[in-house]
Design a protein around this ligand. Sequence first.
Ligand SMILES: [Zn+2]
Length: 77
Amino acid sequence: MGGTHRTPVKVGTKWGKLTVVKAIQKNEHSQVMWEVRCDCGVKTYAWGYNLVKGKKTHCGCGWPDATAVNYPGMGTE
Ligand SMILES: [Zn+2]
């Protein structure tokens, strides 16, 4: 009954292009791996914390968009 612990990722929720289908496994840190389906139709897997943090929002099909939007300062190397 802590009140701070919650599971924002659950079946049917959408994270970027990914819709959560079902839980696959949970590790010892209570981190859950989910089966998700991308808008493009590809089935993939994602850890819940990566979905919450926005680190995984698609199956890989959205790379050009993601880099253009999120990393405007890159390319200075
Ligand atoms: Zn995709």
